[in-house]
Design a protein around this ligand. Structure first.
Ligand SMILES: NC(=O)c1ccc[n+]([C@@H]2O[C@H](COP(=O)([O-])OP(=O)(O)OC[C@H]3O[C@@H](n4cnc5c(N)ncnc54)[C@H](OP(=O)(O)O)[C@@H]3O)[C@@H](O)[C@H]2O)c1
Length: 382
């Protein structure tokens, strides 16, 4: 018989009904993140035009972006005042052509401005491809397992990251703080997760947060929404509450107003330890014998950082680790590695049912396979 608990099955923390005694909750360590930073520091000072769209911002006022500096190089060899039409090209040309000359100079200047703008855009796209351009990116769920790692990858690459989570003062379900957080943001990664009492609750939480986020993104002019999702949820009829919430999230993103990429990812390497913690009671943990192809959280973060700084791609191919694993075996090895003594009972009667059996959670054809094996991760993680 299924226990009287409803878990957000692929969320790191349990979602349980009030009074449930057979779930051991696990809080994440805090990451030491600072409150939402809506101010943009641009190296040589704080820019006054932070509300502008980033591209325009780079062209018009961002002193740190080399593209902006390169773009002011003018190939016209005449003196600067003359180029701008403040001085006649030559006294010899006489007064009769002053107006004509002014018009001609203005037309030439306008053409140069157009060329300059085109050159800047070309350079920007070239530099963006080389990773030279920094972007202002918001991470929703920035204190979470994947969100915090993605923040670190993006910041290391020089991007400005706005951190979004309730503990940092922004709540996606109520919408509090969201508009201020998205000021000047170009791309958003949604790596949030919600505890839910049941399927209806999960759909309501994922639905409300996604609607609020997309509406705020549209107001802010965000150009790319990236959603971290789960491989196989579209292949499962029914399934658990968390999957129902994630499917609702995917539907809203795909039908929403902001260009998007949905990234389906398999279970993380720490998933078996998490399931142990969710179900452990009196030294016994019930583990569903799932077939999974787990992926290292750091590999997920690296791939998400890459996708978030690229153009929208629609539904991305499945993303997975290199080897299939049995979840019970993973749990045993994870618990051994972390020195956690617990008896494991393989069963489909705990939090995940037989609808998850077979290869339903495995990646499809053409999947993107990350490098880190479960064994390598175990060695490094403990
Ligand atoms: N675990 C897996 O194996 C797996 C596999 C594939 C995909 N996924 C998906 O990956 C996503 C992220 O998982 P995770 O394990 O990294 O999650 P997590 O560690 O539980 O982090 C959840 C994040 O969401 C934030 N959050 C929760 N409620 C919020 C609200 N109302 N407003 C703003 N922020 C809120 C949390 O911060 P606060 O608490 O401070 O608000 C936290 O930063 C999930 O959607 C999950 O479905 C998981």
């Amino acid at each position: 018989m299924r226990r009287d608990i409803t878990l957000s099955a692929f969320c790191r923390r349990p979602a349980f009904k009030q009074g449930s005694k057979n779930v051991v909750g696990r809080r994440r360590p805090t990451t030491g993140a600072t409150p939402v930073q809506s101010q943009v520091s641009r190296g040589e000072g704080t820019c006054e035009n932070t509300a502008r769209r980033y591209t325009e911002h780079q062209i018009n006022c961002c002193s740190r972006v080399s593209v902006g500096r390169a773009a002011v190089v003018v190939t016209d060899a005449r003196p600067r005042r003359q180029r701008r039409g403040f001085a006649p090209a030559s006294r010899d040309q006489g007064p009769e052509s002053a107006g004509t000359r002014r018009n001609a100079v203005a037309a030439a200047e306008s053409a140069r401005t157009r060329d300059r703008s085109r050159t800047e855009q070309d350079k920007m796209s070239r530099n963006r491809n080389r990773g030279d351009i920094t972007m202002r990116i918001a991470i929703a769920g920035a204190t979470g397992n994947i969100g915090s790692r993605t923040v670190a990858v993006l910041e290391q690459a020089g991007h400005e990251v706005v951190r979004i989570s309730r503990s940092l003062g922004v709540d996606l379900i109520t919408g509090n703080g969201l508009d201020a957080a998205l000021t000047g943001v170009e791309a958003v990664l949604d790596a949030t997760s919600y505890e839910a009492a049941d399927r209806e609750d999960a759909v309501a939480s994922f639905g409300a947060s996604t609607r609020n986020l997309l509406a705020a993104e549209r107001r802010a002019g965000v150009r790319h929404h990236v959603l971290l999702s789960i491989v196989g949820i579209d292949r499962i009829e029914g399934g658990n509450a968390h999957y129902a919430g994630k499917r609702e999230q995917e539907r809203l993103v795909a039908e929403g107003p902001v260009p998007w990429t949905i990234v389906p990812v398999t279970q993380f390497h720490d998933f078996a330890a998490t399931v142990t913690d969710w179900t452990e009671h009196d030294g016994v943990a019930e583990i569903p014998p799932l077939l999974v192809q787990p992926i290292a959280p750091d590999d997920v973060a690296g791939i998400l950082a890459e996708i978030t700084t690229s153009a929208p791609q629609g539904r991305y191919r499945d993303v997975a680790g290199p080897e299939p694993q049995d979840l019970v075996d993973m749990a045993r090895r994870s618990n051994d590695a972390r020195g956690h003594a617990v008896k494991l009972v393989p069963t489909w009667a705990s939090l995940l049912g037989p609808e998850m059996a077979g290869d339903v959670l495995l990646p499809g054809d053409g999947a993107r396979i990350a490098a880190t094996t479960f064994d390598q991760w175990l060695t490094h993680a403990h």
